[in-house]
Structure formats: structure tokens, C-alpha cells
Design a protein around this ligand. Sequence first.
Ligand code: ADP
Ligand code: ZN
Ligand code: ZN
Length: 756
Amino acid sequence: MVTIQVINLANENDIVLSDKDIFIEVALPVPMRQTFTYRADPLLVDAQIVIGARVLVPFANRQLIGVVITTHQQAGLATDKIKSIIDVLPSQGNFTELQVQFLQRVSQYYHHPVGEVIASALPTLLRQVEPVDIEPTPCWSKHSQLTVAEFEQCKAQISANAHQQLALLDYFADQKQLTWPEIRMAGFNKTQLNALVNKGLLEQGQVTEQRYQFQSGQVQQANKPRLSLEQSLVISAIGSQLQSFSCHLIDGVTGSGKTEVYLQLIEKVLEQNKQVLVLVPEIGLTPQTLGRFEKRFAVPVALHHSALSDKERLQTWLQSKSGRAAIVIATRSGVFTPMLNPGLIVIDEEHDGSFKQQEGFRYHARDIAVLRARQLNIPIVLGSATPALETLHNANAKKYQYHQLTKRAGNSQFADVELIDMSKDVIEFGLSSRLKLAIEQTLAKDEQVLLFLNRRGFAPAISCQECHWICHCQRCDKPYTLHQNQGLLMCHHCGSQKRIVKQCQQCGSIRLKTLGQGTEQLEQRLNELFPNYSSVRIDRDSTRKKGELARLLQQVNNNEHHILVGTQMLAKGHHFANVTLVAVLDVDGALFSYDFRAPEHMAQLLVQVAGRAGRESKKGKVYVQTHYPDHPLLQDLVNNGYGHFAQFALTERQQALMPPYTFQALFRAQANKPQLPQSLLRDVAQHAGSECMVSGPIPPPMEKKAGKYRYHLLLQSAQRKTLHQAVQQIIEQIEQHPNKNKVRWSVDIDPQELTW
Ligand code: ADP
Ligand code: ZN
Ligand code: ZN
């Protein structure tokens, strides 16, 4: 019967649709918790409109790209109201049915509109209504027309000083085709590439989109270290379980060779012609991290991170989906990258806060990755020197297999950590005399010093010496940070800025002073204190220009600077061979915070910072300055290490009925007037149900931001199911609330930040 209908329709005009049309449910990138029904020609439904296909549809007064969720024969609505789709888009951009299912599950878990969830899994260019060329990726190879003799002749004309050009040419020796991200990842630039193309040695072509096939010789055996016993044990334990889902935590101290473990596991997966997805925190995407993959594997590697163009990210997506890319290295949003033949997911620095998206669709890439591995029935490896308490809890509960690397690889030794009591020492520019002496001694030995201060700018406030007025941002009610180099006052909460004020706006006095110290000031003071040594500052301000971070890190590794000053940017993943002294100048903020996760984050940061000291054979020293050296948390961390601290912290969380022993969801609401979000949240709160604990509505510590007043409603339950039911109830109530359009609100499942 159905076939006859199809034939009838095909014989008619295919634009005029009849009652026999098929209806499709489409997920659209709009903030509405529903899918939308459209009509489609049954012929198209057979041929192209499959689940996961992208379609162009009319929506209100515009056109949108959506993804097909289901097809059905009957419409829920009166059929004359249902519009027809405009077009079906090329199938290279389709999701598979399995991926659609997965994204729907994610949408349910996070209570986020399915259309927006699906949109966040699509590259920007595939979401745009303007057609995009899904053309094969450009790539370069040795010029095919040249004979060996001609090639050598051309090569001989390259100046011996053009080391990089020669190195790039050598790099092509055992590679057939290289894409631009692969070339860049190997440390070369466009100028060098173009020079070789202009000399006729290389030619541009298009990547042949075949599936990745493992060939022996793609793994560099030469630079493989001899594994430690611990490393071998972990590799064989995980390596014997590569055929199905299992989740592993590698808890390995900094420098214990976790990356080497990943590399050897990845090798086993590649040998099976399967693909690997590696997730890293944004900051880890330094040439150092990428370089290690590149040195080991001569296979197609695709990258996904924020510094790439939309086009490059689209190419990564397509290459991974078509199976050409063997390894995809990605930051947070790359967790959705489709893979033809997935074999393993690795999450490096799994505790890192950057895996949690803090706005819009608030997901945690680590949690999604575990869900995804389970659905794909492949193993997942989480690695960290300072695992998140959630992850340790799952390991304690035997949901994740626990593996430990307790020793540093090679010759490097652990740094000693020592607390400095700031109330018992002379402090100059935030430096205790004890620390100053240690800096002098380290510099005298020609070794480097890293000073860690998590505060950008020159000073966190300016104030009047006469009346104690503080210059603050009126949109946030918080002090402006002084940025002397740029001649600006900046609000670190809303980003507003203004010129430096010269006069008190309350009493008119011109006697203004700065309060506290930021990295900019510290750098200046260090130059005064140690005029014979070069200081360099590495924070968001000093590395804003593209490529600047890599340049500064290179200078540090060339020993052009002796003292490094930085924010938490410097704490993660970097490898500084000659840094032997690390100091944390001010650790106290985290000890007395509103956020119950602050001590955990502080401990992670301290351990990561300390991990920068003495990475090679020289022994390192770490100083931590505090006014509270007897604080039990600091004492536990310093004397017993992170593992002990973490188990202790878990016990505390269990006693206080906090996550990971309970589950939380946070509703945030904001508006121009404080009454609006407060009353909206109060009205809906009573619908949470009796089994779910509700706190609020209360204003967060940062009550006003960018001119908006904010309120929180926190739900908590020992059962996920109870929590999710309550969240669902409250969302339904908000959507019916008379003031819902006057209030901006969001829901955050498993919130990481309760302070804003
Ligand atoms: P992590 O990721 O745990 O911080 P890495 O994998 O970066 O540690 O290893 C730290 C250093 O030790 C790197 O320079 C790495 O090349 C080296 N390394 C790793 N495994 C070994 C080994 N078995 N023997 C010698 N050196 C090793
Ligand atoms: Zn004043
Ligand atoms: Zn502000």
C-alpha cells in the first residue's frame, strides 16, 4: 500500500503535498522544550529524510536548520497548520540514529531543550542556513611530478640556514598527505609551507577520504621510554579490556607518566583500526601536549578547540565522522565529535573545571563522555594527579576501575612543600623574607622561579586615603581592578572598563591608593627587587595576542627569563625543566569560601602548581604563604598529600550530605529588579515535592552582576530520580508563571559553582 502511494505522489507534482504525507519531528535550535512537526514528501522520507538528517524548515518568519528526530504517519496537530520542509541538506552532515538517541538522553539529563543540545553537537557551519561547501580538506604532499633526482636538486637549493623548511620537508618523508592542522601541530607555519610549495617541492591536493588503516611504521618506536612497573601494570590491566565499555581512573602524581600510558593504550586501539577521542582542558592545548602525540604517531590527527576557525572545526568533524582521522584531540565541546569506528576515549586532567560548560547548555564533558563510552560500548580512561571528588567516589564505589601511579617517571623527584606563616614574617610586596631569600638562592644557582598569584591586573581595588571610598562598578557593586599598563579600571565580573579616576568621587580628595596586589604589580616589584634577572608575566592579559602564550613559554624554556609570574593559567600541564622553586603567594581565599568545593579546588591547584617544580632531575621546593598555617585542611594536604586529603574531604561531604553523596540542581534567575527573580523562584519552589530538599530563593554572594539582580534556588536529593522529577515540576511551573518573560532563568544540573 505504502509503495503505491509513493508512486502516485511521484507522478504528481512533488511540491503539492497530500494528506498521505509523512510527518517528521524536527529538533530546532530554539530555547523551547519541544520538537516541531513538519510535513515531508514520502519519497524524500524514503530516500533522504532519515533520523539524524539535517533539514531546512520555515520557522516563524525565518528559516532554520534542524535535525530529524522521528518520522510518523500521523500528525498530532490539525494537518492544515503543518508546514512543509524546504530542503534536505547533504548527508555528510547527518547524525546517525544512535547519535540522535544519545543527544536526546543528554537533553533529558540536563533538562535542556533538545534542539539546542543537538545544535551544540553540530559544527557552526552546519548550523548556518547559508549553504556550506562540504569540500574535501586541502592537504599537502611531496610533488608527484618530480623524479627523485629532480627533488634532490630542488632541495639542494634551499639555504642551509632555512632549518625549519628543511625539517618540514623531512617531515613529509614518511607521510603521504598532511592537512594544515597536522602541519601546524608539528610546529611549522604557513610561511615555511608556502616556501616549499613555491619551490615546487610540495603540492596542494585534497585529502582522499578513506578510512584510517593502521600500518606498522606509524608508531615511532625510538622515543618510547622503558615503562616503569606501575605503568606496565596499568597498561596491561586496561589493555586487556579494550573490546567493551569499562571506565578507568588513572590517579597518577604529576610527572608519573600518565601521558605515556595513554599513548601506549592508544597504540593498541589504532592497531585495531579504531579511532580515539582525547579530551584535554583548553590550556593543555599547548604545542607541548600536541607535540607528544605527533612525535609518537604518524597517523591523521584532527583537532577541535576554540582557536581554530569554523572551517577547520568542520573539517575535524567530517574527518572523524568519515573515519579518516585516527585521533581527535579536542576541548570540551569536542566530546560530541562523531566517530565512524570509535575505540577509546581519554580524558586528561579530568578534574579540570574547563570541562564544565558554565553558560547556556551547562553540561560536563567528562560526565557526557562516560555516558557516551557506555553507549558506544568502548573503554574510557580518566587521568589526573588530583582526581575530582566525584570521580574518586565512583572509584571507591567500584563503578570506575582505579589505577595508581605513585612514582615520578625517570629521574625526577617530588618537591618538598612548606607553609610560610605570613603573620610571623616581614612581608614586602606580598613576599615574605623567607621566600625572598629562597628566590635569591635559586636565581644564584641559575635555576628558575615560578610565583603563583591568582589575581590579574595591578591591584584589585583603589580607594581614598581620606574617606575610604572604594571605586566600584555600579553594575556589579564590586571594586574595579586597576590595570596600570592599559591605563584602565576594569570590572572582572561584567567586563566594563573606564579610565583611571584621579579623584575621590565622594570627598574629592586626590589622595588615592591601591589596595592589594595583582600579577602586574608583582612583576614590576620583582624587576625592582631583582634587577639583574628577567621576570615574565603569564596571565590572560599578557597572552591575549594569538601565539603569544606559546612564544612566552618558549622563551621560558630557552632560559631567557628567570622569574615567572602567573595566574592559574600557569598551573596546568606545562613542563618547565629548569623551574626548581614554586611559591603560592596567597592561598587563604579558598579556606573560607561560601562554595563547598573551594577547598577541593584549592588543593587541586596547589598540587598542580607544586607539580611544576623539579620536573627533571633537579629537586624542587614549594612554598605556600598563608596566615593560617594550622588550618587542618592545609596541614592534611601538606603532610599527607592529595589522596589522603581527598578521602578526608569525602568523609566530610558524606557527613554533611553534600555531593557526591547527594545530587544537586541549581536554578538561577535574574532580572532588573530583585523582587522579580525572588518571587518567581519562591512561587515555583513549593512544587519541588516533599522528598527533595530546597534551599532558597537566596541571593548568591555575587548578588548583582552587570546591572541584574540574581537569585538562586538549590535542589538536593539523595536520589537522582527524585531530583529530576522535582526539576521537571519546577520547569513546568516556571513556564506557566506570569512573570516568566521578565526573568532570565536557567537550570544547572550537577552545578560546580554556587557563588554566581
Ligand atoms: P604526567 O602526564 O603523569 O604528568 P608525563 O607522561 O608527562 O607525566 O611524563 C613526565 C615525563 O616523564 C615526560 O617527560 C615523559 O616523557 C617521561 N616519562 C614517562 N614515562 C617514562 C618512563 N617510563 N621512563 C622515563 N621517562 C618517562
Ligand atoms: Zn574620599
Ligand atoms: Zn561590573
